[in-house]
Ligand binder design. Structure first.
Ligand code: LMR
Length: 334
């Protein structure tokens, strides 16, 4: 065969190979926070690992900052299969009917990340994921974010300073009760709407881990931020069950490994990302950051820990007690 013919045959061969090359499996991963948050970074990390470990057979498309769906819509989209993967805050599972997840919202239930990991990496974490399966959802991992602080346009030193204020919260009944326990007015609102609501005075204040506050520029429209660390906000990474169980075994295993690595990464960076965000908020000079004294912190604890008992019926006494047991938490010893 002449060289030109050989080359032509080779060219046709390559062409037909590429035509027949399998299309990658697409995973749409939607979330509501900025790309430079712990969740945003971990989602990108997962996408990279998924491509590497499946040798390009899976492409994860990350849609950040509510560009695809807002809070409530993203849950519906996952159930319908319009997206395959999400990482909603643990405070957003109540409307789905998985009220037990609101145990994570109980004020002061975790003293630190170590307490939290005893729950997320232990039997309670596994037990909670089983609640999702009847809803066509599977839980793959828990990703950390951080501890929440209150912000407003008036100084906050004691619970009484929040009395009568309209405070934006996520869609959790426990958080509603928390805000009422302060004598304030809870306003459930999608994350994407918070900045504007703060700016226009639709709400007076809110609670957030600092990474969320900073990346949404909320500190530019809140004059005061008090480091209350009164509750935790983190995530469950979830997938559409039909999609996940329908994947070829080898691909599912590779994706599970990519998720394991992304989870390690997420949980390694979360605290540092929040510390760094607090530094940047301080440096911005746009809000006054206040560190409460031990007495002031105790006043917040005394006002908020009674929420545990009040929400016992909704969350389940057994789940709350399992968390207490895992973390050695005694609600009577403040
Ligand atoms: C919020 O709505 O405040 C958070 O759940 C956003 C997030 O995903 O961290």
């Amino acid at each position: 065969m002449k060289l030109s013919k050989l080359l032509a045959a080779l060219f046709v061969g390559v062409l037909s190979l590429s035509v027949h090359a399998e299309e990658p499996i697409i995973i749409k991963f939607s979330h509501v926070v900025a790309s430079e948050t712990p969740k945003g970074k971990a989602a990108e990390y997962f996408a990279k690992k998924a491509a590497e470990l499946t040798h390009g057979k899976v492409r994860v498309e990350v849609h950040a900052n509510s560009t695809l769906y807002k809070d409530k819509e993203e849950m519906e989209a996952l159930q319908l299969g319009a997206v395959q993967m999400l990482a909603p805050s643990l405070a957003k599972f109540g409307p789905l009917g998985a009220k037990e997840f609101e145990v994570f919202d109980l004020p002061f239930i975790f003293r630190n990340y170590d307490d939290l990991h005893k729950v997320t990496a232990g039997p309670v974490g596994v037990q909670l994921f089983t609640k999702l399966e009847p809803k066509g959802i599977m839980g793959l991992a828990y990703w950390d974010n951080g501890f929440k602080s209150f912000s407003a346009n008036t100084p906050i030193k004691l619970p009484a300073d929040l009395k009568g204020k309209k405070l934006r919260i996520q869609s959790s009944k426990v958080l509603e009760e928390e805000i009422r326990a302060l004598g304030a007015l809870p306003q459930v609102m999608a994350f994407s709407e918070v900045y504007q609501a703060l700016q226009t005075g639709v709400v007076d204040g809110t609670e957030n881990p600092i990474s969320n506050l900073y990346t949404q520029k909320m500190h530019e429209v809140q004059k005061y931020l008090t480091i209350t660390d009164h509750g935790y906000l983190g995530y469950a990474v979830i997938v559409n069950k039909k999609f996940w169980t329908g994947l070829p075994d080898d691909i599912r295993k590779q994706l599970a490994e990519a998720m394991r690595q992304a989870t390690d990464y997420a949980n390694q960076i979360a605290k540092a990302e929040n510390d760094q965000a607090l530094d940047l908020v301080r440096k911005s000079g746009k809000t006054t950051v206040y560190e409460p004294s031990p007495e002031e912190r105790l006043a917040f604890k005394k006002a908020l820990v009674p929420v545990h008992k009040k929400m016992e019926e909704r969350i389940g006494k057994d789940i709350i007690e399992s968390v207490y047991k895992a973390t050695d938490f005694n609600p009577n010893a403040l």
